[in-house]
Ligand binder design. Structure first.
Ligand code: CA
Length: 658
């Protein structure tokens, strides 16, 4: 026993020193990592400081063929290995193989492959400039002064276009978003025309780099995955291209998608998952420089703040540089307008600050937001994590507000739980936290917050408000499970109220694709690999639920036409938003005053009634424009009213302006 105890002690301290020894590895910041083709030939540079040897295999096809050449790499500066050939090897493929700790590791396309063949197994050598669509040099995303001016629409390529009712030719592909004039069987616009009609400013595409789970060699089997299992971070996913075996096709088609959206005035936000990899020892990180890119527990095993088996180590220079250079690459090569960081709190604050600062240098309109939490504990100290609660220690980073989300519709993990918009009292103060975007406000009592107990945001530009996303139940399913006795009309009404709270709140609104047509996912909350029958948006719903679509469209229009909903500082919010004192459960009543943020409306009165009772509001006398009432909305006005006693119908928003 004594021996075991002593052995454990030694082992733990040895592992601790192993973790700290990574900090002493030489690092390399050259822009020629892994592959560079120039007039003197093709050059390979691999960073792997502890490798004993390294080789490059050259292939003339993307899989199932023997190498046509093997290059022995020579040790070079700063932990790198190099090999060159005098020819430009365009059209060929390559892998690296490293020997470390006396063991020859499996082949890997490396971590900086920018093109790859089927399933990303071999990196490809192509002329990137030949992948640019016509007019690419002039292509630009929408200009944005503040993230709060964005309306974010989160979509999965396959959900959006795979259903026959989309009328789209390239179903489930990048090219789906390039097709104009597509229609549902009932003649409603789908695809990119639908996005324009709805009025969102940015699509946020679920992971679109090369991920692991879908077998690109068997696409006829209709596999589905969200894509949170990264494989090649700097290559587009092959299953979204029309030909995964052609390395140029996925690149060109993704650029065509970006350009078509940009031409429609819509920006592209990419969901990025640098926090973990699909595999542990078999990942491209591990096969390139074993150990270095991940955090470990004291016993040497992988730590797992992602809940997916491992977590990366952004605090180490070569990993931090990888993340920063990777997003810079997507911004420059693919003209990406924003990045959503999955489980962002696995990354450290310094890395996220560098990400935001470097992206702003490329294009000041680029913005960054992420999930300010982890899915498990991490060796990274809490004060260094890019947590929601630390958002004000970061610059140019926003976080999702779980406060508003759970308070409006009920807790995400308890399907039957209801929230403010579905009649459960006690959430009023937390909804108010959402309305002021988690900034300090004299009338908001943070001690009554359900999730956070302090004003963690220094500005509304740090907050993303939402009531549903790809994770957890769709709003439609959540309403079905939490309001089992309600009619569909009543649930649609609750959805309208919930989204009206999101879209009139300070911060940046975010919605899940298809909610505007009241799409569901058949009650499946974790549909990451569910079939199309669960995940696909049925576009006949756009006609069945035409009233819902009209409401969402007008709600988005209201927000985009009125800067009062898009203030940029905490001081403006504290000065311009005044809450009315009310102790009635499920009632929130407030005014946005002073032509806030340059709004043409001097005063906007907003009352949310999440109860099943009529509420009689006392409105100052005078001529008011009725913008929303009883489940209807129109930024140009539904009519006028003179103030005094005004009814706010159950489960609805009253919005008046003057
Ligand atoms: Ca893939």
């Amino acid at each position: 026993m004594a021996l075991t105890a002593s052995g454990l002690g030694l082992s733990a301290s040895a592992e601790t020193s192993m973790e700290s020894s990574y900090l002493e590895w030489p690092t390399y910041s050259g822009d020629d990592l892994e592959l560079k083709v120039d007039n003197s030939g093709t050059h390979f540079t691999l960073w792997s400081p502890k490798a004993q040897s390294a080789e490059v295999y050259i292939y003339d096809s993307d899989r199932n063929t023997p190498a046509i050449d093997t290059l022995t790499m020579k040790r070079s500066e700063n932990g790198t290995w190099r090999a060159s050939v005098p020819e430009k090897l365009y059209g060929k493929f390559y892998t690296f193989s490293v020997t470390a700790d006396g063991k020859k590791l499996a082949e890997t396309p490396g971590i900086w492959a920018k093109a790859a063949g089927t399933n990303g197994l071999r990196a490809a050598i192509i002329d990137m400039s030949a992948t640019d669509p016509e007019g690419w040099a002039q292509d630009k995303g929408p200009k944005l002064d503040h993230i709060t001016d964005a309306v974010l629409y989160e979509m999965h390529h396959r959900d959006f276009s795979i259903d026959p009712s989309s009328g789209i030719v390239h179903k489930g592909k990048f090219l789906a978003l390039t097709e104009p004039s597509t229609k549902s069987p009932q003649g409603a616009s789908t695809g990119i025309d639908h996005l324009k009609e709805l009025g969102v400013t940015h699509v946020h595409i679920l992971p679109s780099y090369d991920y692991n789970s879908v077998d690109e060699a068997n696409l006829q089997t209709n596999q589905y995955n969200w894509g949170y299992d990264p494989f090649n971070y700097n290559v587009p996913e092959g299953s979204y291209s029309t030909d995964p075996a052609d390395p140029s096709a996925r690149i060109r088609e993704m650029k065509e998608m970006v350009k078509a959206l940009h031409d429609a005035g819509i920006g592209v936000v990419m969901d990025v998952v640098y926090n973990h990899t699909a595999d542990n020892d078999g990942s491209n990180f591990s096969l390139t420089a074993p150990g270095y890119f991940y955090r470990h527990k004291a016993d040497g095993s992988y730590s797992d703040a992602s809940g997916c088996g491992n977590e990366t180590a952004s605090e180490r220079k070569q990993m931090r540089d990888f993340i920063v250079n990777s997003v810079k690459y997507w911004a420059k090569e693919y003209h990406i307008d924003g990045f959503r960081f999955d489980l962002m709190a696995i990354h450290d604050i310094e890395t996220m600050n560098e990400v935001a600062a470097e992206l702003k240098k490329i294009n000041p309109s680029i913005f960054v937001y992420g999930e300010g939490w982890t899915a498990g504990d991490s060796p990274l100290p809490k004060e260094q994590r890019a947590l929601k609660e630390n958002v004000d220690k970061m610059t140019g980073i926003a976080v999702f507000s779980d406060d508003l989300r759970d308070a409006v519709k009920g807790h995400y993990s308890d399907a039957a739980d209801r929230g403010f918009a579905t009649g459960k009292p006690g959430n009023e103060e937390t909804v108010k936290i959402g309305i002021v975007a988690a900034t300090a406000h004299p009338q908001v009592d943070y001690s009554k917050g359900n999730n956070s107990k302090f004003a963690y945001a220094g500005a509304p530009t740090e907050i993303i408000n939402y009531v549903s996303c790809h994770d957890d139940l769709t709003l439609t399913d959540k309403l079905a499970k939490s309001l089992p006795d309600a009619t569909e009309a009543e649930r649609k009404r609750a959805a309208r109220l919930a989204q009206t709270i999101v879209f009139t709140s300070q911060g940046t609104p975010f919605m899940f694709a298809g909610e505007e047509v009241f799409r569901d996912k058949k009650g499946v909350h974790n549909s990451y690999k569910s079939p199309d029958s669960v995940n696909a948006i049925d576009w006949t719903l756009k006609t069945t639920n035409a009233d819902q679509f009209e409401y969402y469209k007008n709600l988005i229009k209201l927000r985009r036409e009125h800067p009062a909903f898009r203030m940029t500082t905490a001081e403006e919010i504290a000065h311009n938003i005044v809450f009315d004192k009310t102790t009635v459960p499920n009632i929130i009543s407030y005014t946005i005053r002073n032509h806030a943020n340059g709004d043409r409306w001097g005063e906007i009165k907003i009352i949310f009634n999440g109860s099943s009772e009529n509420y009689t509001a006392k409105i100052p006398k005078g001529k008011w424009l009725v913008v929303a009432r009883d489940g209807e909305i129109d930024p140009d006005g539904l009519g006028t009213c003179d103030g005094g006693k005004v009814a706010v119908e159950p489960v609805s928003a009253l919005i008046l302006a003057r």
